[in-house]
Design a protein around this ligand. Sequence first.
Ligand code: CTP
Ligand code: CA
Length: 497
Amino acid sequence: MSAQREMKEKNPWHMPVTIIITVIGVIAIVALVTVAVLQNRPLPQKYKYGIVLDAGSSHTALYIYEWPAEKDNNTGRAEQKHSCKVKGPGISSYASAPLKAGESLRACMQEAEQWVPERRHRETPLYLGATAGMRLLNMENSTASDGVFRAVEGALQKAPFSFQGARILSGQEEGAFGWVTVNYLDDRLKQGLETTGALDLGGASTQISFISDKFDGSESQSNSVAFRLYGNDYNLYTHSFLCYGKDQALRLTLAHQTQSGPNLISDPCFNPGYSSTKNYSAIYDSPCVSNRKPQGAPLSFIQEGKGNFLQCQEVVKNVFNFTHCKYSQCSFNGVFQPLLQGPFGAFSAYYFVMNFLNLTDTTIPLETVKQKLASYCATPWSQIMQQHPDVKVKYLAEYCFSGTYILTLLTEGYNFTSESYSDIKFIKKIKGSDAGWTLGYMLNLTNMIPAEAPDSPPLPHAGYVSIVTIMAILLLILFIISLRPLWPRCSKQPQIV
Ligand SMILES: Nc1ccn([C@@H]2O[C@H](COP(=O)(O)OP(=O)(O)OP(=O)(O)O)[C@@H](O)[C@H]2O)c(=O)n1
Ligand SMILES: [Ca+2]
């Protein structure tokens, strides 16, 4: 008993000095880790916002983007926080009542005031970009398009945001910014990965944009856009076909079918049993077809559906001109196009139409897709209406035409084959943000994509915390080992009998 007590007394771990040193050591290490971790902890997130109005030919939509405030041009990604569809038609339809174009935006602007925190309102940039509808109106009647711009500018200046102007995007910009959006959202630009081509189908124009290894811009400079993004150089091929959006293309096919000014056309692109009276002046009231209006045509004609996909395809082919090409290769209408290089993301009306037709799966062979579309086109109009009571009749009536137009544009126009068709993905959103030109447009105007790769901290925060903790534990172990001379030597000592 007394030997045991003696040993206890000699055990340095029971000596006050050792205990104090150990406690101080442990406290110092815990304090070191805590301070290091807290000091370098990411600051609480603050967000910035940007608003873009997409004034398309068929409608206007407002998009609100949000991104972490400290990381504008670094690692944070801008994301779509909210979107609002403006009620009514596109702003170009208000040519004769421009003030109404401004008024139409009010409801969505009020929504934007709710979605962007009030303290950020004044610094939030607001842009309006108009596309093919306003391009056509400007060609047709520039006074009217100026009037529409004045009215929408007046309405947007009243908003509490930092209005940065309303303008018409060039076709090149529309194509290029759509491509930037898709690749930015997929994180392909920052990581320097292989990029995705962008296919955008609107109501009045359509864009195709992709990187082709065979394209350096020299063969057709008007189709070339050069970028330096995150330290990588890109030479993008892009083309916008004005009048080849879905609605204008329908006018082109109707113009083709009404060349001789008949009272009745039997239209293979509409379901059997569909019948509608249309005004000649309404069809030809667009610079895309105005010069083709037949002389002495009656006021109106009756369009009757025949529902024949193959015949519809023949009618649609007529809107593409393949007779001339001054380059090594062309898509159509004498426009240069390098060899297709996928993958591709196809959005806007490509998605709306193919999604309605249940044909977004491109792993299905192209022949099967055509058969399914043929069977949709042959379905009686009464049955289609019965099956889709909630779909707008205008859209519903046009899906056979639209599906046929999309397949014809892709295969005959752009030269997609049965194999390369599967390189296309019909998409609406990427990681919660709509595919379209608006995000790319805002990123460009706010300089949010740097030309050079941003400097990033050598270690992410989690890695930093782990290393500091491991080092501190190692120090503690070292410290304990350094106290070894003071360790009790009793337990393993041979017993002397
Ligand atoms: N559920 C829907 C929604 C739209 N559409 C069609 O899709 C086209 C509009 O596509 P969108 O990308 O919104 O065109 P805009 O941006 O308005 O036109 P643009 O880009 O040419 O200016 C219109 O023809 C419209 O009839 C459709 O078929 N089904
Ligand atoms: Ca559009």
